[in-house]
Design a binder for this molecule. Structure first.
Ligand code: ZN
Length: 87
């Protein structure tokens, strides 16, 4: 008698290119495959005002200044949700 194999659990919906670690996009687009070295997916990144993007790019990673810049960016996304996104 053959016992059916258990169904494997569903895989995570998307993996990033090259399989690196990923995180959910903070921009409200619903993507979950943003590589950790990036803040947001490309469309959401370019939704940020240029001065916020520049501020993030101007500071060294893993510093308090970078953390502050990230908080500004994520705060901007919170204040400017994607059109059509649920509140
Ligand atoms: Zn996004």
């Amino acid at each position: 008698m053959i016992t059916p194999r258990p169904t494997p659990p569903p895989r995570a919906p998307v993996t990033a290119a090259r399989g690196g670690p990923t995180h959910a996009c903070p921009g409200g687009c619903g993507r979950a495959d943003v590589p950790f070295r990036l803040l947001a997916c490309q469309p959401c990144w370019y939704r940020l005002p240029r001065d916020i993007r520049r501020a993030l790019q101007a500071v060294k990673r893993h510093t308090p200044q970078h953390r502050d810049a990230l908080e500004v960016a994520i705060g901007w996304y919170d204040a400017n949700p994607l059109k059509g996104a649920k509140p």
